[in-house]
Design a protein around this ligand. Sequence first.
Ligand code: GYE
Length: 330
Amino acid sequence: MGKLRKRMLTALAGVVAVTGLLSACGGGSGGSTGSGGSGGDKITMGFAQVGAESGWRTANTKSIQESATSAGITLKFSDAQQKQANQIQAIRSYIQQRVDVIAFSPVVESGWDPVLQEAKAAKIPVILTDRAVDSKDTSLYATFLGSDFIKEGEKAGEWLVKDAGSKPTNVVEISGTTGSAPALDRAEGFRNATKASPNIKIIASQTGDFTRAGGKQVMEAFLKAHKDIDVLYAHNDDEGLGAIEAIKAAGLTPGKDIKIITVDAVHDGMQALADGEINYIVECNPLLGPQLMDLAKQVVDGQSIPKRVETKETTFDQAQAKEALPSRQY
Ligand code: GYE
């Protein structure tokens, strides 16, 4: 815990920043080729989604499905219900069906090498979407499209360092799915940013599995065990929203008695921020569909693509949330 993990991905050259939010549906973002097809044949993509655990995931699924339609890509879609075994099974079935390209958002980081080797042997390119794997052999996938979760954790920690000043501050953390890239990295980034402030102490940390129910349950336990909680850092909005229910049920005021920092900036989170129940949100953009379809076309066409495509993101305080809410797509 706490020590820097050497990430293969960060070592890779050619990081390209592309604004997913700004790329119009079906428009060519980040690549020089627009809708280059593969000789008129319709591309078939097999997509193995993590599940439907959060508002973020719902927006992400919608973006992928809508972008496939507008890009003219046939999409085979599966929901793994947050289970790696289900994702592996789905990927194996896409290999058997000989799809043109496989994309998936790996629920956890480890344990993918065997199935990725099977895809490679079948000469089917794989695009990692949203979450990374820890495979040492980076030839097992064509590219990784998604956020920099360490940066997200750092942004959360930087806000707290400023807000807390020199005040003694006890933090509880509700982390994401154990072993997932965003949970590992958001924890690491937050610690990077707060470690030089001895007044900030993480007094408890437990997973809420990125769900509202999980966030509520963990917060209830935290409130029973600790009388002196100043701040909650939740790895996503849904966990934070669940925790708010537990805080209210304990007779405390979220956003005041306990300050709350979350990640994602989905609609319900932004509403809670505008209402003063959450204090700060670090954005994580779920609208990866248009970029994913562009990359899929390029890779099926045999073009070379960057090994890492990073989504651009921002942060929101209360005033910024109020301003952004009316035009928020998710
Ligand atoms: O933050 C969370 C979701 O992998 C970035 O997964 C994604 C995370 C997102 O369940 O809400």
